[in-house]
Design a protein around this ligand. Structure first.
Ligand SMILES: [Zn+2]
Length: 197
């Protein structure tokens, strides 16, 4: 096995040097606490790095990533992160960010995969089934996949609203929800939905 991971440690040391050069107190400041205004829920895909595509740095965004950017009611990990972000950090915006070219969405659309991943993607398959008529009318599989990426983002916003902690924050006007899609082909984020509108 190549020792490619060593590059990461070297990169880290250089990154620390660069950070300190422009902002000598950065790590002292970050070590005292965090006050991010955003919670970002995105996909694990290596081409969609949350901080990089939004040009944000450490401390600016609380991040949850999982395969196909889902908010599944039984996923205690995501629900805990949402609860902490709203209750403790008091984030003002929750962003669900899908991306075109999502392998998880493609697999769900193709009918499934194997084992535990298939179980996880079953939630996306269900969204495909619920929107079967609309997807069937589209001309080809690539167009259907892009549409399912968007439908998945919308469905995850709905799942967020099913969490009582989100419902309360929305009712109190303390948070906005955003549905975005990232396009791998041009690097741009496209807003799809917003609540309250
Ligand atoms: Zn993905």
């Amino acid at each position: 096995m190549q020792r490619s991971y060593e590059k990461l440690l070297e990169n880290n040391r250089r990154w620390v040097e660069r950070k300190r050069a422009t902002d000598p107190e950065v790590f002292t400041r970050l070590s005292t606490g965090q006050q991010p205004r955003f919670l970002f829920i995105g996909c694990c895909d290596s081409r969609v790095p949350a901080n990089e595509i939004t040009d944000t740095g450490p401390g600016e965004m609380f991040v949850v990533r999982n395969v196909a950017n889902q908010v599944v009611p039984t996923d205690l990990g995501a629900a805990s992160a949402v609860t902490y972000a709203l209750k403790a950090l008091e984030v003002q915006h929750i962003i669900v960010c899908g991306h075109y070219g999502c392998g998880g969405v493609d697999a769900a659309l193709a009918g499934g995969t194997e084992g535990i991943l298939d179980f996880w993607l079953g939630h996306v398959r269900q969204i495909a089934r619920q929107n079967g008529d609309e997807l069937e009318r589209l001309p080809d599989q690539a167009t259907r996949a892009r549409r399912l990426v968007e439908l998945n983002v919308q469905a995850q916003l709905d799942h967020l609203k099913d969490l009582s902690v989100v419902r309360e924050a929305l009712d109190a006007g303390r948070v906005m929800l955003h549905g975005w899609v990232y396009d791998l082909r041009d690097g741009l984020l496209r807003p799809l939905a917003e609540e309250p509108a």
